[in-house]
Design a protein around this ligand. Structure first.
Ligand code: AMP
Length: 210
């Protein structure tokens, strides 16, 4: 049972979801995708979904005041270590996360940065489908139903070109500085995430789970 949580940093389509979820299953971590949680809330029309919708529609980040209570509540029920996919995304979120872990008396999370060039991100995003139920991701044409839960596979609305470029800008402006934040604290592992999903998973296991 792992004791230190991991946060996955990376641009949209860098493989955070695929790799984070797979490593969580392999290593016995709990798993949280904040983007997945938001898209479920949107689909179900909850108060959170209504609040988040205009931001997701524009490909912008949802404000920290909305994200923080949501994640802190999730952490409150956490047993053991977690993989957080897509959180933190801003310096305020990273600082709040460290504070929450200190208060819980758990080791501070380690970060994994999946580094992928922009051109490859753009290539990947045109071909991906996500399960509307469990958020499993595949490339277009691979499966019509989700191989994990049998749900419907569909393109993500925010993968549309203009929204995707906004998300990429948000990443560079607000999230990329977190690489430095974790590096300065000696809590960063960089992965050049350009190979096959299988090779990247193997590298993660070697570098992270030793
Ligand atoms: P993802 O599935 O991780 O690509 O997230 C999809 C979208 O959800 C992002 O483009 C943001 O609009 C929103 N989102 C997810 N996580 C966060 C976060 N930690 N802070 C702000 N917005 C978020």
């Amino acid at each position: 049972m792992p004791t230190q949580s991991l946060v996955f940093l990376g641009a949209p389509a860098s493989g955070k979801g695929t790799q984070g979820r797979r490593l969580a299953e392999f290593g016995g971590f709990s798993y949280l995708s904040t983007g997945g949680l938001l898209r479920t809330a949107l689909r179900e029309g909850t108060a959170l979904g209504k609040e988040a919708r205009p931001f997701l529609d524009r490909g912008e980040y949802v404000p920290d005041e909305v994200m923080l209570p949501m994640v802190i509540e999730w952490l409150g029920a956490l047993k053991g270590a977690a993989i957080l996919d897509g959180f933190p995304r801003t310096l305020a979120q990273a600082e709040a996360l460290d504070t929450a872990y200190l208060e819980m008396g758990h080791p501070l999370p380690h970060s994994v940065f999946l580094d992928v060039p922009d051109e490859e991100l753009r290539r990947r995003v045109t071909g991906r489908l996500e399960c509307v139920s469990c958020h499993w991701v595949t490339s277009r044409g691979a499966f019509e139903v989700c191989s994990k839960c049998g749900g419907k596979m569909a393109p993500r609305a925010d993968d549309e070109v203009v929204r995707f470029e906004n998300r990429l800008n948000e990443f560079e402006r607000l999230t990329f500085p977190l690489v430095r934040f974790y590096e300065e604290r000696g809590r960063l592992t960089l992965i050049e995430a350009l190979g096959s999903p299988e090779d990247i998973h193997t590298e993660l296991r070697l570098k992270i789970l030793l």
